[in-house]
Write a protein that binds this ligand. Structure first.
Ligand SMILES: NC(=O)c1ccc[n+]([C@@H]2O[C@H](COP(=O)([O-])OP(=O)(O)OC[C@H]3O[C@@H](n4cnc5c(N)ncnc54)[C@H](O)[C@@H]3O)[C@@H](O)[C@H]2O)c1
Length: 422
């Protein structure tokens, strides 16, 4: 597995951004957690990609205090003009427009005085070039999911973040869902005992099986793989302390044959084992008719819950032995503090069950307070690389694929993510 510094791809990334920057003798630079940022009252932002997601993120940004949207970029000029209108309607100065083609984000990164560049482009092939361009130009980067399409690209993000001492955050909104945060809180309070197994999946027929909206570009690759893993894996990785005392060890993956014209598998099932001997079942299931469900099953030595199904059983606490109960009482007693404080606001001001508002709120809060964001470049790389690992495993009769250690051993000393604040 590629767990060495990939100089060739890094040079390629640097060249792609047009940055005049030479690479040092070693790629072992400071830990991204060592990024030093001073608190800032106003976060100056450039937004690249103003389709459906970018428009939604823009509305959340304009709802937050201490945010200035200074530049907007899309290859479609009308979308840029629409974004400018949204910003001025929110009583902010008109942001500079960038719409001179597919690489105009580079001009934005190099010209504007910004703290953060957010990228919500599709197709995904632009995610890494935009994040890299932002960091090389001295800005923090935030990217929509997935952060990268390949393991090489994941390394480019890690190496660029380490070299430039900039944050690279993947905007994984599912980590801020009410149910995933409740589970996090309950796990930390020991309700499930020792965590042994999780099950989750991107099971969303609507997302990918139906014809794409007119004018929307297709993803660059059609893969027989677990092709959209970050929504289901993000919260689980946080529950399991991945890259913070624990690590994904290896993965095996299997795909059911495609029955239609699309060569991608009907369903991909991947199994992940951690160094602590825990297991995860991860599905990618978007081609067959079915209701949406991310599952979020968590199972420990004391109990189990199926979060999206609102079912829980805790040994010695649930009223009937070996019988499910609703999670209602647990929401009352163990609601995550972030949800207690801001859940109602998040639900009314952003989509995805409040996750969109909270993910942006927490990132902006981190930059304003000069503290590290909840998710770092190692999370972005570890969660995104599952697609390529599963693709290779499927192509090799489900052979085990080792996870790269993007932290290069620093996972051993990194403290687990606690109960994040407000
Ligand atoms: N976190 C979530 O819940 C969630 C939900 C939906 C989509 N997404 C992610 O958000 C991203 C955007 O998805 P979407 O549904 O908004 O897609 P979209 O097609 O509606 O919008 C993408 C936009 O990017 C623009 N674009 C493409 N290449 C560009 C370039 N080189 N420079 C500038 N602009 C460019 C397009 O013109 C378009 O306006 C995707 O990565 C997707 O995976 C995340």
């Amino acid at each position: 597995m590629n767990n060495t510094c990939d100089r060739r791809s890094f040079v390629k990334a640097a060249a792609a951004t047009g940055a005049a920057w030479t690479i040092g003798q070693t790629c072992f630079a400071a830990h991204a957690a060592d990024v030093k940022t001073s608190p800032m009252s106003n976060v100056r932002i450039g937004l690249v990609g103003i389709g459906s997601r970018g428009t939604l993120l823009l509305s959340v940004l304009l709802d937050l205090q201490g945010v200035e949207v200074k530049a907007v970029c899309d290859i479609i000029p009308e979308r840029v003009a629409k974004a400018q209108e949204m910003v001025t309607a929110a009583k902010q100065p008109e942001p500079t427009a960038y719409s001179r083609g597919e690489t105009d984000f580079q001009r934005l990164c190099e010209t504007e005085e910004l703290d953060l560049v957010i990228n919500a482009t599709r197709p995904w092939k632009w995610h890494v070039p935009i994040s890299v361009a932002a960091m090389m130009a001295g800005k923090h980067a935030a990217t929509e999911v997935p952060a990268a399409e390949t393991i090489d690209e994941c390394w480019q993000l890690v190496e660029t973040a380490e070299k430039t001492h900039k944050y690279c955050v993947m905007l994984e909104n599912c980590c801020y869902f009410r149910e995933t945060m409740l589970v996090h809180n309950m796990l930390r309070k020991g309700l499930f005992g020792e965590l042994r197994h999780c099950e989750s999946g991107y099971q969303h027929y609507g997302a990918r099986a139906r014809p794409a909206a007119p004018g929307r570009p297709k993803e660059s690759k059609v893969r027989t793989a677990n092709s959209y893993p970050t929504h289901p894996i993000g919260p689980i990785a946080q529950w399991m302390d991945i890259n913070r005392g624990n690590r994904f060890d290896y993965l095996v993956s299997m795909s059911a044959d495609s029955t239609g014209d699309n060569p991608n598998a009907d369903i991909n099932t991947s199994l992940i084992r951690t160094l602590r001997g825990q297991t995860i079942t991860l599905y990618f299931d978007t081609k067959l008719p079915r209701p949406y469900d991310l599952i979020y099953r968590v199972q420990g030595t004391q109990g189990i819950c199926m979060a999206t199904a609102d079912k829980i059983y805790i040994e010695g606490r649930s009223p009937k032995p070996d019988a499910w109960e609703s999670m209602e009482a647990y929401y009352k007693e163990f609601e995550h503090p972030l949800w207690k404080a801001l859940g109602e606001k998040a639900l009314t001001r952003g989509g995805h069950g409040g996750g969109d508002w909270l993910v942006m709120h927490r990132l902006i809060k981190a930059l304003q307070s000069g503290t590290p964001p909840d998710m770092d470049v190692y999370d972005a790389a570890t969660w995104s690389c599952i697609t390529e690992l599963s693709e290779k495993s499927v192509a090799n009769r489900s052979s085990p694929m080792d996870f790269p250690d993007f932290t290069r051993g620093r996972w051993k000393d990194a403290p687990p993510i606690g109960i994040i604040g407000i």
